[in-house]
Design a protein around this ligand. Structure first.
Ligand SMILES: [Zn+2]
Length: 738
């Protein structure tokens, strides 16, 4: 398969490298890998992204007799790779791709070039390879070797399983002479490796494993207080990354759209990227990102495989990845040039439950596998040890965390977590699980520990259990952590058939008789620590002192206007002022729920007081972080406002939008709370007597807080549903908005 008449020892690979690719030196083990395939041996290459993987087959392909066939999973990626090779070579025909996007004429031309020996690298999709017609074509020319890129796609344990990859070997078998195989991947756990070797029946192969350590990447996990907090936190972070580009990974299309929009509203050039967008738009977004017209891509996992941008400076996981392999792969897109790369992942247990729910329609084996992957991810999150060490051990690599600790290159090395002895609480958890006759889900067990008499707990009479409430001095977060730990330590297993109910293992029963010490690392609670990641923005929790001052001003102004205070400016707006400290009319109008007209009227009352307060207390205002929400721009909201203008009945609106009635009322509330006027009197007249409406309006006028319960009790004889009361209140607030 070598160039005619040469043996390996006679060719000078470095010279050929210089001639064909212009590099003076091989990186890492590239040269040995190339020698291996040139000698006709099956070759397995495990190399992290950015390690120079593709050169390992490009160079031997170009210098060998015949044509190298490269199996690659993504059609978009293929074109990109072919362009790159052509870029180095004066001969356009040196590389071609062969897939379903070619028409008959183009296909013929490619086949002719290959048969004429002009083409050295032929990129082919796995599904194209398997077609009977194409196998005839494969037999018609001399194949130097077959390279299988992204070989982890073969394994169901990999993060990107593709069934058509399993058929590659059958196709290769049909070629009447021995063809060496090179399998390449940037990520493979020992389990995945074994799968690849077995499936491709690699024989007597040479294995090349490069270190998976990405020394330039900084890893951090942040506990996500709630979604809004996380978005604000992300915006604050990106504001410190002036001019740099990054990717935010989210779980679904909706979050991708919403977060991208919020970023744009806050002056960050961002765009969503997911499988639901048209191919043209996606390609366009990708180009804009490469050209840096867009700085941040908010993407589902559909993004990134085809991206070859070396200077991505941050990768944020808004939702934690589905597996550690995904996490490693996705964070690996940061800092491929070896320079700075920040990898920040947000997590809370609700997100993990969401991922688990996504498994519910899968087969039992898939679910089992999925849950195992999630458990490994949770173990990584919970861990107090060096993140880098944990990740590399996961990939079967030993790592001494000294370098990471010295460089503070992960959160656990930079700021060690507090450890807590949970031995007794593990026993309590096991006792509770053991005492329940039927198996229950995690929240049920947690409710018993916390002493919460939920419907479920009540119906099983578990509130009568001696353990009920024995852990009520700790919170939900703590107990979730402890219960997850029982699973991580193999004391409890989750029944896959029943989708995740908890049962004791033999080890768990043994633990009850003879407990041993277990410690967990407490995750940093950013809210109670008052800690916000970045300097200068230590205002994560609201300023309560200022809040009380603003309440007083609101009262005075309300009296002057003869309106109840809560109508004048809503509480969430006041809370926002205690985070953002607006001191001018302009800034005041940026507060959610404050209209320009309201600002014109009330800024003069509030702003000077806030200004004095800021000066007296030496507060650094986060003036660069004006997080605006997209509430008024959401599609449903625009439709609702339009429909109400047309006086369409609320039931009809709810039905058309596929909303429950109470969800529609929620939407209406948020519209009004954001300062948009709504007039739903036409609807109220349909459902209530005029008299009742008037009396209730009067109630809301006089009542200081506008409390729905109080209103309900006042009008108890009318037996009004809560939604109706909420609607009248909405109308009242709407009529008083300016
Ligand atoms: Zn570390």
């Amino acid at each position: 398969m070598l160039m005619a008449g040469n043996t390996i020892s006679q060719i000078n690979l470095s010279e050929l490298l210089q001639k064909n690719f212009g590099f003076n030196m091989f990186k890492g083990e590239q040269e040995k890998i190339i020698e291996s395939i040139l000698s006709g041996r099956d070759t397995f290459v495990l190399m992290p992204t950015g390690g120079g993987k593709s050169l390992c087959y490009q160079l031997p392909g170009i210098i060998s007799e015949g044509t190298a066939v490269i199996v690659s999973p993504l059609i978009a990626l293929m074109k990109n790779q072919v362009d790159l090779v052509r870029n180095y070579n004066e001969n356009e025909n040196v590389a071609h791709f062969y897939n379903s996007t070619l028409n008959v004429g183009q296909k013929k031309a490619v086949e002719q070039d290959v048969k004429d020996g002009k083409t050295k690298l032929l990129y082919i999709a796995p599904e194209t390879l398997a077609k009977p017609d194409n196998i005839e074509f494969l037999k018609s020319f001399k194949i130097s070797f077959v390279a299988i890129d992204e070989a982890h796609c073969i394994s169901e344990w990999g993060h990107d399983f593709r069934p058509e990859y399993r058929k590659i070997k059958d196709a290769i078998k049909k070629i009447p002479y021995h063809v060496p195989i090179m399998a390449l991947t940037a990520t493979a756990t020992p389990k995945v490796q074994l799968d690849i070797v077995k499936n491709l029946s690699l024989k007597n192969h040479n294995l090349f494993v490069s270190s998976f350590n990405r020394a330039n990447l900084y890893y951090e996990i942040r506990y996500k207080i709630n979604d809004d907090w996380a978005v604000k936190n992300i915006i604050q972070f990106i504001k410190t990354q002036e001019g740099k580009t990054g990717i935010i990974y989210v779980l679904n299309r909706k979050s991708a759209e919403k977060i991208a929009e919020t970023l744009c509203l806050n002056g960050i050039k961002a765009a969503p990227y997911h499988a639901g967008l048209e191919a043209k738009l996606r390609a366009n977004t990708q180009d804009q990102f490469l050209n840096e017209d867009i700085h941040v891509i908010v993407a589902t996992v559909a993004f990134g495989m085809g991206i070859d941008k070396p200077d991505i400076r941050f990768v944020i996981h808004y939702n934690i990845a589905k597996s550690l392999e995904n996490y490693y792969q996705e964070t690996g897109r940061a800092g491929r040039d070896g320079l700075e790369g920040n990898c920040i992942a947000y997590f809370n247990y609700k997100d993990i439950t969401k991922v688990e729910k996504m498994l519910s329609d899968k087969t039992v084996t898939e679910r089992e596998r999925g849950m195992l992957l999630i458990d490994e991810t949770v173990a990584y999150i919970e861990s107090g040890e060096c993140r880098r060490k944990f990740l590399l051990n996961y990939f079967g690599e030993e790592y001494d965390s000294k370098t990471c600790t010295e460089g503070k290159m992960c959160d656990n090395c930079a700021k060690p977590k507090e450890k807590v002895n949970v031995t007794e609480d593990i026993s309590l958890s096991l006792n509770i699980i053991n005492s329940c006759i039927e198996a229950h889900y995690l929240p049920h067990i947690m409710n018993i520990a916390l002493g919460i008499k939920s419907d479920g707990v009540a119906s099983y009479k578990h509130d009568l259990m001696p353990f009920f409430g024995q852990g009520k001095d700790k919170n939900e977060h703590y107990w979730t952590s402890v219960l997850r730990t029982t699973v991580i330590h193999g004391l409890v297993y989750r029944e896959v058939e029943e989708y995740g109910t908890l049962k004791l293992t033999d080890k768990g029963r043994a633990y009850l008789k003879e407990p041993f010490k277990i410690e967990i690392s407490l995750n940093h609670d950013y809210e109670s620590e008052g800690e916000i990641v970045l300097a200068g923005n230590n205002n994560s929790s609201m300023d309560k002192e200022l809040y009380n001052i603003l309440l007083d001003i609101r009262k005075i102004e309300a009296k002057k206007a003869n309106k109840p205070p809560y109508v004048l400016i809503q509480a969430p707006s006041l809370e926002e002022m205690c985070l953002k400290y607006p001191i001018s009319e302009e800034e005041f109008s940026h507060i959610t729920g404050v209209t320009k007209a309201m600002a014109a009227k009330y800024a003069s009352a509030f702003c000077p007081v806030i200004k004095d307060y800021v000066e007296e207390n030496d507060i650094i205002r986060p003036d660069d972080v004006m997080v605006k929400t997209i509430v008024n721009k959401s599609n449903d909201k625009v439709k609702i406002i339009g429909a109400i203008d047309k006086k369409i009945s609320l039931e009809t609106i709810a039905k058309e939008l596929g909303l429950k009635f109470s969800d529609l009322v929620d939407e209406l509330e948020s519209i009004v709370l954001n300062g948009t006027k709504l007039n739903i009197r036409y609807y109220l007249k349909e459902i209530l007597d005029d008299e009742v409406i008037d009396e209730m309006m009067e109630f809301f006028q006089k009542n200081e807080t506008g409390d729905i319960k109080e209103c309900y009790e006042t009008f108890i004889d009318d037996d009004l549903p809560e939604d109706d009361i909420r609607l009248v209140k909405l109308q009242f607030i709407g009529e008083n908005l300016m």
